[in-house]
Design a protein around this ligand. Structure first.
Ligand SMILES: [Zn+2]
Length: 562
C-alpha cells in the first residue's frame, strides 16, 4: 500500500523551508498546474484541479482556489485547459538502448512483403561502410500470410559486404545472411545448441534463421557498441520516451547500459528515471557487492535480475503443458537458463537470499507454473520474508488454477497490454480458444488480488503507454476483427489501466512511496494530455497524445519543441 501523506506534508515543508511573508505559511511554488482534470491515482484524493511543486516534489494538490495561494512572482503556471493530468507513466519493461538503436537502424517492422523486407535491407546496406553490421529490424512474418520464414537467399545479393542479423520483433528469432553465417562458421555440420534451433531447408542447409539459444551463435560475434554509440542510442530513446510521457523506465540493462546511464546522470542529461534490471546469470556480482533490490538514488537504481523460463508464442517456443494447435509436434522449449534441470532454482535461491529481486520471463502456461513452483520452493528454503516483490515478466498464458498462486505468493504480473491486441490476431490459431481464455487475463489477475505492473516491452511494442491503456481498455485487435474486444471480459477500466502504468509499476520497482501517484511529498513526475482520457470514447484513446511531460518539476517535453 502507498501512504497518503497529503494532510501532513504541507506543514512539514513549511517548517523545512523559509517562510514567505507572515500571512502565508509556505513558500511560493516553482511550478503550478491549474484548470486540470487531475486524476491522482491516490485513492484518498482521486480527483483535483490543480497542484503545486517546490523543487522536484509535489507540495500540494487541490482545487484551483486552494492552489492559487502557492503562486508567487517567479512561479511557472501551466494552464491544463481542462485536460487530463496524470502521474508520469512508468514503463515496467523496456529494452531501452536497443530501442534507441533501432530508431536509427533498418526499419522492418511494417515491411509488408518478403520483397519489401529484402529491399529495405539492401537500401540500408548502401548507407553503411564495408563490414558494418545490419541488426535490429524487428520484422514480423505474420504480415506476409502463408509465406515461409525469411532466408539468407532473400538478401545475400544486396548485402555482400555487410553481415546481417535482423531480429523478429519478439526477439526470439533472427535471420543471418550468408556473410554473417560465414563469419560465425555456421555450416550444415553445425549442430543445434541446447535451447535453440538452426532452421534448415529440406536438404539440411541452414536457412540463416536462428531460434532462441541458436541466435547466440551469431550474436556473440557481433562487436559490442562503444559507450559513445550507447549514449547516442539512449538519447534517441529518451526523446521517444519524453514524447510519450514516460518518466520512469524499468530497463532490461546490460553492464554497458548501466555505465552509460551513469554517464548521463553525471552530465545532468537524464530526462527519466531508470530501474536497471540486470541478467540473472550474473546474480553473484551484485550479491557479493551487498546490493539489495532498490539500491540507488532517485534517478538510477538497481537490484532486480532478469531471467528467462521460455521463449515466445510467435516463435512457437513458449512452454505449454499441451502441444501447439498449429505445430502439434512441439509444446515449446525451455530457455537455456532452465538447463540443466535445477539451474534456475539454484540461481534464484542465491539471488533471493542476497535480497535481490527476481523478474523472470515466462510466457507459456507451463513456464509460468514452473516459475511459481520455484518461487514456492524459495519461500520454503529461504523462509518467509515480506516485500520480496517477485515478478513474472509477461505472465502471458496461465493455468486457471495459477491466478490464486500468484496472489498468494505476492508475485507481480509485469504485463504488456499492447501484446494482447497484437498477438490476439493469431493466438487462437496457435493455442486454441480454451487456452486463450486465460491469456493476457488482466481482469482475472486483478480480481484475484494480483498486482499489475504495465509496460510496453519496447522494442517488441511501441513505447506508448497511451496505446497500452487503449489496448487494456478496448482489447480491440490490430486487425480490426474484434472491435468489441478480444475476450472482452478481460477489459480494464481507464482508471485501472492508468494505475497499472503508474502506481502499479512504481510498486514493482520499490518506489511507490516516491512516485506513481500525484500526492504531496512525491516526486513531481507529471503528464498532461491533449484531451480528457476519462470522457472520450475508448476507441479514441489511441489518438490521444501528450502535451507536457514533467520530470522532477521540470518540463522536459512540449509538442513541437525540443
Ligand atoms: Zn522484454
Amino acid at each position: 500500500m502507498h501512504q497518503n501523506r497529503s494532510s501532513l506534508l504541507p506543514c512539514l515543508i513549511a517548517v523545512a523551508l523559509p517562510l514567505v511573508g507572515c500571512g502565508r505559511a509556505h513558500p511560493a511554488a516553482d511550478l503550478v498546474i491549474v484548470h486540470g482534470r487531475v486524476w491522482t491515482v491516490d485513492r484518498a484524493h482521486p480527483e483535483a484541479e490543480a497542484l503545486a511543486v517546490v523543487g522536484s516534489r509535489i507540495v500540494a494538490i487541490g482545487s484551483d482556489s486552494e492552489i492559487r495561494s502557492w503562486t508567487g512572482p517567479s512561479t511557472q503556471v501551466i494552464d491544463a485547459q481542462g485536460k487530463t493530468v496524470l502521474p508520469g507513466f512508468n514503463d515496467a519493461h523496456v529494452h531501452f538502448t536497443s530501442g534507441g538503436n533501432e530508431i536509427s537502424g533498418v526499419q522492418l517492422r511494417d515491411a509488408a512483403t518478403p520483397k519489401e523486407f529484402a529491399n529495405r535491407i539492401g537500401e540500408h546496406a548502401k548507407k553503411l561502410n564495408k563490414g558494418e553490421w545490419i541488426t535490429g529490424g524487428t520484422w514480423d512474418h505474420e504480415l506476409w500470410g502463408g509465406t515461409p520464414l525469411p532466408s539468407h537467399h532473400w538478401v545475400d545479393a544486396v548485402t555482400l559486404d555487410n553481415p546481417v542479423f535482423v531480429t523478429r520483433y519478439d526477439g526470439h528469432m533472427a535471420m543471418a545472411n550468408g556473410l554473417a553465417m560465414k563469419l560465425a562458421g555456421i555450416t550444415r555440420a553445425t549442430r543445434d545448441p541446447a535451447g535453440g534451433t538452426i532452421v534448415r531447408d529440406p536438404q539440411g542447409n541452414p536457412t540463416g534463421l536462428m531460434k532462441d539459444a541458436a541466435m547466440d551463435l551469431i550474436a556473440l560475434g557481433i562487436p559490442t557498441e562503444t559507450e559513445e554509440q550507447l549514449l547516442r542510442d539512449a538519447h534517441a530513446a529518451m526523446n521517444e520516451a519524453r514524447r510519450n510521457g514516460v518518466t520512469t523506465i524499468q530497463d532490461i540493462s546490460s553492464a554497458e547500459d548501466v555505465r552509460a546511464y551513469q554517464t548521463l546522470e553525471k552530465r545532468g542529461e537524464l530526462t527519466l528515471r531508470i530501474y536497471c534490471i540486470t541478467p540473472l546469470p550474473q546474480w553473484e556480482a551484485p550479491a557479493r557487492t551487498g546490493i539489495r533490490a532498490g539500491f540507488g538514488d532517485e534517478w538510477i537504481h538497481l537490484g532486480a535480475l532478469k531471467g528467462f523460463a521460455d521463449g515466445s508464442l510467435g516463435s512457437t517456443t513458449a512452454m505449454f503443458d499441451q502441444p501447439y494447435n498449429d505445430a502439434p509436434n512441439t509444446s515449446g522449449i525451455p530457455n537455456a537458463m532452465m538447463l540443466p534441470e535445477g539451474n534456475m532454482l539454484k540461481m534464484a535461491l542465491g539471488a533471493d537470499k542476497a535480497g535481490l529481486q527476481l523478474a523472470v520471463h515466462a510466457i507459456g502456461d507451463n513456464a509460468n507454473a514452473t516459475m511459481l513452483d520455484i518461487y514456492e520452493q524459495i519461500e520454503k528454503q529461504n523462509g518467509a520474508r515480506p516485500d520480496r516483490r517477485w515478478r513474472i515478466e509477461h505472465a502471458q498464458h496461465l493455468r486457471p488454477g495459477d491466478f490464486d498462486r500468484l496472489a498468494k505468493l505476492g508475485v507481480i504480473a509485469s504485463v504488456q497490454p499492447y501484446h494482447a491486441i497484437d498477438d490476439g490476431r493469431w493466438a487462437e490459431k496457435r493455442i486454441g480458444h480454451e487456452r486463450c481464455k486465460t491469456t493476457y487475463a488482466f481482469k482475472t489477475l486483478l480480481d484475484h488480488g494480483v498486482r499489475l505492473a504495465f509496460g510496453s516491452d519496447w522494442t517488441v511494442a511501441p513505447l506508448s503507454p497511451l496505446l497500452g491503456i487503449y489496448a487494456a481498455v478496448t482489447r480491440a485487435t490490430l486487425d480490426g476483427k474484434n472491435p468489441g474486444g478480444w475476450f472482452p471480459e478481460q477489459k480494464l477500466t481507464v482508471a485501472q489501466a492508468v494505475e497499472a502504468f503508474t502506481l502499479g509499476s512504481a510498486y514493482a520497482e520499490f518506489r511507490e512511496t516516491e512516485k506513481g501517484s500525484l500526492t504531496p511529498g512525491k516526486l513531481a513526475d507529471v503528464v498532461i494530455l491533449n484531451g480528457d482520457l476519462f470522457s472520450i470514447s475508448p476507441e479514441k484513446i489511441k489518438e490521444s497524445a501528450v502535451s507536457y511531460t514533467i520530470v522532477g518539476g521540470k518540463v522536459v517535453y512540449r509538442p513541437g519543441r525540443r
